[in-house]
Design a protein around this ligand. Structure first.
Ligand code: HEC
Ligand code: HEC
Ligand code: HEC
Ligand code: HEC
Length: 383
C-alpha cells in the first residue's frame, strides 16, 4: 500500500517536471503506470501486492527486460488472458506504439524503485557501520552531528546525496579515528533512511517524497559533474557501460558511495573539485545510470525468415489470402520497434480466432524470436 502511495506521488511529480528534448532516454519513466491502469492490466495484475490477483504480480523483481521480452511474455499468455477477459467481460485494449514504450519503461523502472527499508535493520546498521561514533538523531549531543535534518526527505537517495556531499569531511574524521569508511550494499541506504525518519524528532509536515529522477537530465549531469571525464574520456575509472546497472536506486547509490574514497584521491590528483549535488540532481544522475546500459536481445533476419515459416505466419500472410492479412511482399516497414509490437499485439485476437477455427493455437514466440521477426519484416532496421 505504501508503495502505491509512493508511486502515485512519483507520478504527480513526474508529470509536473519540465520537458527536455533528448530522444532516447525516457523523460518520465513512470508515465506507463497510466497505461497499466487504463488498459485494465491492473484488474488482473498487482504491482508489489497492490492490484488484481488473477494474473502474476508484475512488481519490482519480475521484469527487467526489453520490449521484446515484454511482448513475448504478453503474447505467450495471450490465450489464457483472453479467456479470463471473456469470463470477466473485460475488453482487450488496443495498444499504440507509445503505449508499449511507456508500459515497458514503467515495468522496467520498478526494479529501480526497489523495496522500502526496515527500521529494525536501519537501527542495526547505524551502530554496525559506526555512524553512531559521530552522529545522533532525535536528541542533542554537542560532540556529534545531528542527522534529523535530512528526515524531511523521505528517501534513501537524499541520505546518499547528503553523505556524498560531505564525504571529504567524513573521510577525514574517520582517518583521524583510524576507522575504515563504511560501505553499502543491497537495501541498506533504504533501511538507514527509514530508521532516521522513525527516530527523528522533527515534525512530519515537512516530509517530501522521493522524486524518481529524469534520466535525460541525468545525462547532462554525467557530463557537467565530470563523471564523463573520468569514466569515458580519460578512462581513469571503469567503463560504466560494461556494468550491469539493473539494480535498485539504493544499490546504485551504494556503488557510488563505495568508490568515493578512491574517487577523492583521483579528484585531488587531477585537480577536479569534489562533485556535489543539490535538489534532485543525484536522483537524475542515478536514473540515468540505470538506463545507460539497457539490456539487449539478439536476433537476425535469417532467423526471422525461418520463424515466419516455422511459426505459421506464412499460412495467412501469402498473396490473395482470404483473411485480408497483408502479404509479406507488400508490407510496409514499421517505423519503430514499438510500432511493430503494437501491430503484433493488436492482431493477436483476430489471429487466434482464425487459428481456432482451424483447430490450431497461437504459436509461442521467444523474445529473440520477436526480435528476429521484426528484423525480417524491416529489412532496413539496423542492429
Ligand atoms: C483478465 C485478466 C487479465 C488482464 C486484464 C491482463 N492479464 Fe496479463 N495475465 C493474466 C493471466 C491469467 C496471466 C497468466 C497466464 C498464464 O499463466 O499462462 C497473465 C500473464 C501476463 C504476463 C506474463 C507474466 C509472466 O510471468 O511471464 C504479462 C507480462 C502480462 N500478463 C501482462 C499484462 C498486461 C501488460 C496487461 C494489460 C494490457 C495484462 N496483462 C492484462 C490475466 C490478465
Ligand atoms: C568519523 C566520523 C563520522 C562517521 C563514522 C560518520 N560520519 Fe557522517 N558526517 C561526519 C562529518 C564530520 C560530517 C560533516 C558535517 C558537516 O559538514 O557539518 C558528516 C555528515 C553527514 C551527513 C550530512 C548531514 C547533513 O546535514 O547534510 C550525513 C547524512 C551523514 N554524515 C551520514 C552518516 C551515516 C549514515 C554514517 C554511517 C554509515 C556516517 N555519517 C558516519 C562524520 C562522520
Ligand atoms: C576523478 C575521477 C572520477 C570522477 C570525476 C568520477 N569517478 Fe567514478 N570512479 C572513478 C574510479 C577511479 C573508480 C574505480 C574505483 C575503485 O576501483 O574503487 C570509479 C568507480 C565508479 C563506479 C563503480 C563502482 C563499482 O562498484 O565498481 C561508479 C558507479 C561510478 N564511479 C560512478 C561515478 C559517477 C556517477 C560520477 C559522477 C558524479 C563519477 N563516478 C565520477 C573515478 C572517477
Ligand atoms: C491465422 C492467420 C494469421 C497468422 C497465422 C498470422 N497472421 Fe499476422 N495478420 C493476420 C491478419 C488477418 C492481419 C490483418 C490485421 C488484422 O486483421 O488484425 C494480420 C496482420 C499482421 C501484422 C500487422 C500488419 C500491419 O501492417 O499493421 C503483423 C505485424 C503480423 N500480422 C505479423 C504476423 C506474424 C509475425 C505472424 C507469425 C507469428 C503472423 N502475423 C501470423 C492473420 C494472421
Amino acid at each position: 500500500m505504501r508503495l502505491k502511495a509512493l508511486i502515485f506521488a512519483f507520478i504527480l511529480i513526474a508529470i509536473l517536471s519540465p520537458n527536455s528534448y533528448a530522444q532516447l532516454l525516457p523523460e518520465r519513466p513512470l508515465e506507463g503506470r497510466m497505461v497499466f491502469e487504463e488498459k485494465g492490466c491492473v484488474n488482473c495484475h498487482s504491482i508489489d501486492g497492490s492490484g488484481g490477483q488473477i494474473g502474476p504480480d508484475l512488481g519490482a523483481y519480475s521484469f527487467s527486460g526489453t520490449g521484446f521480452d515484454l511482448v513475448s511474455r504478453m503474447w505467450n499468455h495471450s490465450p489464457k488472458m483472453l479467456s479470463k477477459m471473456g469470463q470477466m467481460n473485460i475488453k482487450r485494449a488496443e495498444f499504440t506504439p507509445e503505449d508499449f514504450q511507456n508500459l515497458q519503461t514503467f515495468l522496467y523502472f520498478l526494479r529501480y524503485l526497489g523495496k522500502s527499508g526496515s527500521v529494525a535493520k536501519g537501527r542495526e546498521i547505524f551502530t554496525q557501520k559506526k555512524c553512531i561514533l559521530c552522529h545522533v538523531i532525535g536528541k542533542e549531543d554537542a560532540s556529534k552531528v545531528r542527522l534529523d535534518k535530512i528526515k524531511v526527505y523521505a528517501s534513501p537517495l537524499f541520505l546518499a546525496q547528503s553523505m556524498w556531499n560531505h564525504a571529504i569531511q567524513m573521510h577525514r574524521r574517520l582517518k583521524s579515528l583510524h576507522v575504515t569508511p563504511p560501505t553499502f550494499t543491497g537495501n541498506e541506504f533504504a533501511d538507514l533512511s527509514i530508521y532516521i525518519r522513525a527516530v527523528s524528532t522533527l515534525g512530519e509536515r515537512e516530509e517530501r517524497y522521493m522524486y524518481p529522477g529524469s534520466p535525460r537530465e541525468g545525462e547532462e549531469l554525467f557530463k557537467s559533474k565530470q563523471c564523463y571525464f573520468c569514466h569515458v574520456e580519460k578512462k581513469i575509472g571503469p567503463d560504466l557501460r560494461t556494468y550491469n546497472m539493473n539494480k535498485s536506486v539504493t544499490e546504485i547509490a551504494g556503488m557510488m558511495w563505495n568508490h568515493a574514497e578512491k574517487m577523492e584521491e583521483m579528484t585531488e590528483k587531477f585537480k577536479i573539485p569534489w562533485p556535489t549535488f543539490k535538489g534532485d540532481e543525484m536522483a537524475n544522475l542515478i536514473s540515468y545510470l540505470y538506463f545507460m546500459n539497457p539490456p539487449k536481445i539478439s536476433g537476425s533476419k535469417e532467423e526471422g525468415r525461418r520463424l515466419f515459416q516455422e511459426k505459421g505466419c506464412i499460412k495467412c500472410h501469402y498473396p490473395d489470402n482470404p483473411y485480408k492479412a497483408p502479404p509479406i511482399a507488400e508490407k510496409k516497414p514499421f517505423h519503430s520497434e514499438n510500432a511493430f509490437f503494437a501491430a503484433l499485439w493488436n492482431h493477436a485476437p483476430r489471429m487466434e480466432e482464425i487459428l481456432y477455427s482451424r483447430g490450431e493455437g497461437l504459436p509461442q514466440l521467444s523474445a529473440s524470436g520477436v526480435k528476429s521477426l521484426y528484423l525480417y519484416l524491416n529489412p532496413k532496421a539496423n542492429k
